[in-house]
Every structure is written in C-alpha cells, then in structure tokens.
Design a protein around this ligand. Structure first.
Ligand SMILES: [Fe+2]
Ligand SMILES: [Fe+2]
Length: 310
C-alpha cells in the first residue's frame, strides 16, 4: 500500500483498559517502532543486545520510572528519553506510575520480546491464581534484594540475576496442592515434603526462559549456611551470594507479613533476629538488611512503593 497508511490493529489496548502490553507500530528496514504499556510498581528489564551496533531508544510518554544499576538509580519522568548502546548487563526498570513508553529499536526485537512478555505474564498469572500472597511476596522479595545488593555494592550482573530469580523464586509453588498452601494449622511431614519440592519446580519452570545461573539461584533460595536447608543441604559458599541474599530477604518478608499461622514481627525485630542466626544466614547480608531497616532507608522505600498487603 502506498500513501498514508493508518494502523489501528493491535494498539487499542493503549487507549483503553488497564491491560499492559507491547504494540508494534511500524517495522521498516530492520528498525521497529513500538509502544509499551507497563503497570505501576512493575519491574522489567532491558537486556544487552547480541548485535553490537543495535541501539534502543525510549521516550516516556506517560508516567515515571527509575533505572536501577548497581551503583545508581536514575529517575525519569514524562517527556524524558534515553537510549542504550553496547549495553553490557541488564538494566532494571521500575515503574512508579502506570507507564507508556515509545520505543525504537534498530534491530527486529518485537517478536522475541512479545513472546517473552507473554511467557512472563503467564508465569505471574499462574502464581497469582494459585496464591495471591505468593505473587506479592515475590515482588517484595525482589525489591528487598535490590536494596540489599546495592548496600553490599554487588556487581551489576549479581544485581540483575538476583532480582530476576527473586521475582520468580516461588513460582514452583504452582504445583503444591491449594489445601497445603492455604492450610491454617501445622503441616504434616508428608505436606512438608510437598513444600520442599517447590525450589526445584521453580527451576524446572524457569529453565526455558532464563539463564542457568538464574535458575540455579531460584532453586537454592532455601539452602542455609549450616547445611540445614533444602533441596540439597548445601553449606557455606557452595550457596551463591545471590541465593544467600534471597534467603535473607525471603525469611524477612515471611517474618514481617501476617500469615494464618503467625503474627508479623516488626521490621526491626525481624532484622535483628536474622542477624542473630549467623549459622544459617550470611551475616554480611543480614547486617546490610539491619542497617537498611534501622537507618530508615527501608521505611522510606516502602512509602514510595505502596504495596498491596492483602
Ligand atoms: Fe520458597
Ligand atoms: Fe519465598
């Protein structure tokens, strides 16, 4: 078709509804022009391109976002733009409000991105349908891991792998029968055995979507320094730093959230308690968490993100 071409298919979700998603507006000579809609408080990431000459350009049409690297947080708002060129590691992007981004790539990327996004959404929906608590817990643990790894000055690669693994660490709970997940009384040995399977099931589910490193981190988030964890009973530095950070963040979130079988502890008490369990939790990690909590940094962060806690 020649002349002016008006394109409406695929983009209606941008005008109405609260659906998030990615729309391809134009594809021409390898260049793609897209628009992406992302919900408030979502974590997404920009991955390094295989082709060194690829440039990705982003223009914020609506909303506010921060770009997280291991040593800085860049806040961007409506009408700001940025581009990536020769990116070495993933960049995490957190939306503070519902976000609309205009996105240009000098290499075709839409099909891969779209199917990857669909896979991730399917995973998140699977967690949510099974157990709303688990989905919210995973995103709080991912946030806490970001704060801790920054406090520890972790390398960018550690931060990125860690956050992605944290976001999906409990996805394997999809296979646990609902009556066990929702049980309000003490679990039997057999029921515990079902629970113990979830880290390995998380790895199985994530295997086709993420690197082996990320899958291994998710699988080992319940390992403890003294070898008392599961599924392998790994000890000390056989447990990766990333898994040790998730271990602390995961337990902290469980201790401070109201569950049918326990009353929540205060953030301060939970952080101090974790520091006292240095046989199980890496004290460098729990000390960093304690510092975040006692200095008020953690509370400041909580005020910014406004979690649903139902
Ligand atoms: Fe878990
Ligand atoms: Fe967890």
């Amino acid at each position: 078709m020649d002349g002016i071409i008006v394109k409406r298919e695929n983009v209606d979700f941008l005008r109405n509804g609260d659906e998030s998603g990615l729309a391809l507006l134009l594809e021409h000579s390898n260049t793609e022009i897209m628009v992406q809609k992302i919900h408030k408080n979502s974590l997404v990431w920009i991955t390094p391109a295989d082709e060194k000459d690829m440039v990705e350009f982003f223009y914020i049409v609506e909303g506010e976002v921060s770009l997280e690297t291991s040593n800085e947080t860049i806040h961007l708002k409506e009408n700001d733009c940025f581009y990536t060129n020769r990116l070495e590691h993933e960049v995490l992007l957190r939306s503070h409000m519902d976000l609309k981004i205009f996105y240009v790539s000098t290499r075709p990327i839409y099909n891969n991105l779209d199917s990857f996004n669909n896979d991730l959404n399917e995973l998140l929906t699977r967690i949510d349908e099974k157990d709303r608590y688990t989905k919210q817990h995973c995103s709080r643990v991912a946030d806490l891991c970001t704060l801790i790894s920054k406090k520890l000055d972790c390398a960018e690669k550690v931060l990125n792998n860690l956050v992605i693994a944290a976001l999906f660490h409990d996805v394997g709970k999809c296979f646990i029968p609902a009556q066990i997940l929702e049980k309000k009384t003490k679990l039997t040995q057999e029921e515990f055995r079902e629970i113990y399977k979830h880290p390995s099931n998380s790895k199985k589910i994530l295997k086709d979507k993420f690197s082996e490193e990320i899958c291994d981190i998710a699988q080992t988030h319940h390992e403890r320094l003294d070898g008392s964890g599961y599924p392998y009973g790994l000890s000390g530095t056989d447990i990766s730093l990333e898994a040790r950070i998730i271990g602390v963040a995961d337990s902290f979130d469980a201790m401070t959230t109201k569950r049918p079988y326990n009353d929540p502890k205060t953030y301060e008490d939970a952080a101090i308690e974790l520091c006292e369990m240095s046989d199980k939790y890496d004290s460098r990690v729990s000390d960093a968490l304690k510092e975040l909590v006692l200095s008020g940094e953690f509370h400041k962060f909580l005020n910014e993100v406004e979690y649903d806690r139902d």
